[in-house]
Design a protein around this ligand. Sequence first.
Ligand SMILES: [Zn+2]
Length: 388
Amino acid sequence: MSESKLDIPTGVLTGDQTAKLFAHASANGYAIPAFNCTSSSTINCVLEAARDAKSPIIIQVSNSGAGFYAGKSLPKTEASILGAVAAAMHVRTMSKFYGVPVVLHSDHCAKKLLPWFDGMLKADEEYFKVYGVPLFSSHMLDLSEEKDDENIETCVKYFEKMTKLNMFLEMEIGQTGGEEDGVKHEGDVSELFTHPDQIWKVHKALSAISPNFSIAAAFGNFHGVYKAPDGGNRVKLQPQLLGKHQAKICEELKKAGKDVPATGKPTYLVMHGGSGSEKSEILEAVKNGVVKMNVDTDTQWAYWDGVHEHYKKNGDRLWKQLGGKDNDDGMPNKKKYDPRVWIREAEKSMAKRVTASLTVLGSVGKYASKPELEGGAPVAPYVRAICK
Ligand SMILES: [Zn+2]
């Protein structure tokens, strides 16, 4: 059977369009990587790589990443809300011109960070009132540290509000190891594996509201890059467990006399802690219905490595404005230390790493469109429409 066309627009997607993208990915055996961005520079290089690879993309901001976007000197909660809004406006302004469909998402929100979530949701509501679409495509709620009942009840409460705004929800049940935004999971190893019964409970509660949600299940995954099992605390990934979740939902749906999708994958799964994973583990996760994989640590390294390489290549000319480290030849070094030069090296290096994720997950070539600027498309009316 030939692959059906991916029928979504460029720019920031709504919840329905996000679900359409994930359904296409699930049916055709690929996934879309989600990159944590903390600046306009990192957003631009993700858009650049997605455009060049003709791929849809997911751009997300974490709580502290959004705070950084706004500026480290500002009060934390306000900065994380305003920074998320500023990043969202940047993505909205630029993504159509790159010709890329973007799922614009916010990453982990634990219970103590709910004021951040409420602030973003308010911005979504305000945006919806004016333009008929939410500011973001989706948000993640991560109450996985709480009891399952509280986790699911909180998700239901927020998901009802979000559904009215045509938004998509990502939730987590079971715990991803490692550290994210200062939340550390180092407890019992058995907690690092979500049980199929937990997944069914979530699927049942949320699908009664809307199909536009995904579940981040724990299958031994860790945030960050750690040593291998013999040298550190990393648990071996068990992506085959994700297939059991899908099978459990199918079984329950059949019992209830409901339709089971032909793909055998009734729910959208998300893989956290994608950095440092083996290709075979990633592919098995995708086969079992992972449609989104988060990548942060590896792109952080790539961004830094671009600067590092620039320094190694030009070290002698990066000590003073004029002259080399140990000589006074008086030659200007501006072309070496201008941020546009070394930040660009960081961007090029990160874009390469983004392309590597797009390639592994199989999303390269899934979307081809012309950037809206091509052919001299009028800029002014579009800018007016988004920058009211
Ligand atoms: Zn995560």
